[in-house]
Design a protein around this ligand. Structure first.
Ligand code: AMP
Length: 398
């Protein structure tokens, strides 16, 4: 029998990203996006090999869109699905790994919703719809937070009164766990180490950005916290600011909480600093043309990232390598070089030619002789979700 198939699903409030993965393959058999769901312009885009197609699905909800996937999957699958793997943003303290979804798991995801009010309810809508459409297949949940549940209390506790932690779950959780785990496992393979071993710093730099300290496949600390706002400068998120900013803006400008939340999540980061764009490609172009805001945004982004990475070394006994991933980490030699330039104290240095010449989409090493390894590794969260789903099915008692 050929390798097993997993359908990976990532549901937002009005969208569904999906990919049909074959065990062990680096590329999906078919992948796509249903978007603008529950609106007249709802549609489904998909890609199989180099062939791209779109189908209009006016007014479709999640379940209708998933039903529209059935014939596509039938066309590309040579055997029944072994699992449907769902990305879930927040698993709170309840989930330390992938879980087979049953009613209890659904309730626990619901219970974590106050910690991720935008994401968990949307994930749940998708899971429930998918369980109706793919009713003969085991469904698994893979949580963005689960990988970081190995953080010790000195990394995950805020210096706040105990009852806020005990009663409200106020602590650091971390996100992007699937990506941090995937690239650190790939790094151990690339450097010829036993699978999953090594002491790594990872920088996932996309629209959202986070850094992580990983020892032997365990997250020991990470830059995001209770929510994905903490830590690094991101596309439109501020990352760390003085928490008293809320009080200051309220007193100085009369702003209420929603206004300040919007500022910190949607008007800040690269966009706020540059006054131009949240897109790093646009900022790099503008920086070359001498745009002062773009230059400042790039400088702050790299310095704050370096400061976070240096801080995370406190969690590690040694450093086997620094890993860049995500749209920016994989594609921007400028950001990699500027960040590492702030990390001389760790003995890290980039080889300029290797950094510039690394082909897009390819994993490779870009350090100078004598420096700890600096790796660029394309992330593949869907593959990690498919792998973790199958590992769960193979686990004793599953
Ligand atoms: P992601 O969320 O992982 O898709 O990453 C999105 C970010 O990656 C955006 O800020 C893009 O501008 C950035 N990005 C993609 N390609 C490049 C590139 N060639 N150079 C610099 N940034 C890039």
């Amino acid at each position: 029998m050929s390798s097993r198939l997993v359908l990976v699903i990532n549901c937002g409030s009005s969208s569904i990203k999906f990919a049909l993965r074959r065990e062990g393959d680096s590329q999906p058999l078919i992948s796509g996006l249903a978007e603008q769901l529950e609106s007249p312009s709802a549609c489904l885009h998909w890609k199989a090999g180099s062939l791209k197609q779109t189908r209009e699905l006016p007014g479709a909800d999640h379940q209708t869109a998933l039903t529209a996937l059935l014939p596509l999957i039938g066309e590309h699958a040579d055997q029944p699905l072994s699992a449907v793997g769902h990305r879930v943003v927040h698993g709170g303290e309840h989930f330390t790994g992938a879980s087979l979804i049953d009613e209890q798991v659904l309730q626990a995801i619901e219970a974590s919703a106050p910690l991720a009010p935008l994401h968990n309810p949307a994930n749940l809508i998708g899971i429930r719809a998918a369980m109706l459409v793919f009713d003969q297949v085991p469904h698994t949940a893979i949580f963005d937070t689960a990988f970081h549940q190995s953080m010790p209390p000195h990394a995950y506790r805020y210096a706040l009164p105990e009852n806020l932690y005990r009663e409200q779950g106020v602590r650091r959780y971390g996100f992007h766990g699937t990506s941090h785990r995937y690239v650190s496992r790939q790094a151990s393979l690339l450097l010829g180490k036993p699978s999953g071993s090594g002491a790594w710093l990872t920088a996932h730099l996309g629209n959202g950005c986070s850094s992580c300290a990983i020892l032997d496949d365990h997250s020991l600390d990470t830059s995001m916290g209770l929510t994905p706002l903490e830590g690094l400068v991101m596309g439109t998120r501020s990352g760390d600011v003085d928490p008293n900013l809320y009080a200051h803006l309220h007193r100085a400008l009369g702003w209420d909480i929603p206004r300040i939340e919007n500022l910190l999540n949607r008007e800040s980061g690269l966009l706020g600093l540059s006054g131009l764009s949240n897109d790093m490609r646009t900022l790099e172009e503008a920086h070359k043309q001498g745009h002062a805001g773009a230059t400042l945004a790039i400088e702050v982004f790299c310095y704050r990232l370096a400061r976070s990475l240096a801080g995370l070394t406190a969690a590690l006994p040694r450093l086997d390598g620094l890993i860049f991933t995500g749209g920016i980490g994989e594609n921007s030699p400028l950001i990699r070089a500027k960040t590492v330039a702030h990390l001389q104290v760790l003995g890290l240095s980039v080889d300029p030619a290797a950094n510039q010449q690394l082909p897009r989409g390819q994993a490779g090493q870009i350090q100078q002789a004598g420096s700890p390894a600096i790796l660029v590794i394309p992330t593949d969260e869907e593959r990690q979700i498919a792998d973790e789903s199958l590992a769960l099915l193979d686990a004793p008692g599953a």
